[in-house]
Design a protein around this ligand. Sequence first.
Ligand code: BG6
Length: 471
Amino acid sequence: MPIERAPIADHPTIFVILGITGDLASRKLLPALLTLYSKRLLPQRFAIIGFSRRQFSRDEFREHIREHLNVKPGQFREEDIKHFLDHMTYEQGFFDNAPAYERLSERLKSIDDRWGQCSNKLFHLSVPPSLYEGILNRLAESKLTRPCDDATGWTRILIEKPFGNDIEGARSLDRLLGRLFDERQIFRIDHYLAKESLQNILAFRFENPMFEPMWRREHIDKVHIKLFEKEALDSRGAFYDKLGAIKDVGQNHMLAMLALIAMNEPRSFSAEDIRRERARVLNSIKRVSASQLKKTAAKGQYRGFTAEHGVDPRSSTETYFRLAAQLSGSRWRGVPFFLESGKGMAESKTEIDIYFKGKKPKKGSQTPPDQNILTFRIQPDECIKIKFFVKHPGYGFKAEPKTLRFKYSDTPWQDEIPNDYERLIRDAFIGDQTLFASTDEIMASWRFITSVLENWDKVPMALYEKGASEI
Ligand code: BG6
């Protein structure tokens, strides 16, 4: 298993952030780029160009970025921040305005001229998905989707979830991307795939062959994948109201976790083989019928959601859901994979519990048999733990549950763990697509989610209080 991948390529690179003034850029992208810069993991020659609608003078732009850069006081040396900002410039323009892209193109060319070579170009669409199509078309019209030179600089596009608002939208976005780019140029972000604790699932499964024979329906009773968030909505009311929890995290993050738990061992750890296996298992999720959905699914909305800024006062959007996915094939037939997620819950935690089949119940016993449970705690307090049973000391024979635990915070690794966006940006620089979703994975996820959404209105809505631990 390749634990370490190739070091960052040192070819001059320009990172263009379309929507630089947005939340995603200041919360995730820029801190990740700054971290890579301070770790000396960016090419010697690199530039960041911010593109957005607002008017800024050079100094105002710098000040804006400095003010909105979401980093903790003292996290970086002031000198690093200052030099990092020196690499940034700004291009004002409306996203649907062709001349703005001509100006952007000239700006890129002038940097290449200064560097005396054709640099790599990475475009990140840091904008609402409704703007993707227009931006992609404008980029293509101004020839920005093409590398300036076949032999040296490449051009890549980084695109965020949600990929389409439904299966049709996903298909048409995919067709457009396919027309403008080669698959090797497209980096579709599902940042969960880049979480260290999620990648560790593959190491745990395939580097410890003792677990693999048990990784199937004869031994596993059920799998429960939870993504709970304590926070309700931040500033994204209007956006979230159109989406709901299933599309926001179900179609992507939750199914990405399912894929890593249920996939077969890939032939190799190449991006192609790993993505193929993830897609294969997602394709094996059975479509769910209306009657199954009514029996197994739940949805909820936290009280006060309809009063959030930007939310329709009559909104019937779910902020919580629970689904049961069934997979076909001899390995997983009959094993339910429960997917459960909510906002405004008692605590924030993402974890995956694998319940092993229990011992045979004792004769005459009414209590369900005890089960071994293997838990992957994805965040916070990343760990892997196993619930197992030991004899309570004494003259009798009584077994008691105990926990075997591996915790990242007990190791010296804590400071080495790259955050998800850091990892993604670095991988996009070096062209490693392992942690990016393929078009097959996205379409397979949408097929299952579409079968849920077709009958979603038949599932009754439960109202819950913020801070609920279960619904
Ligand atoms: C995003 C969703 O993709 O993931 C958000 O749009 C959610 O609603 C977030 O809060 C969770 O990501 P993380 O990394 O904070 O667990």
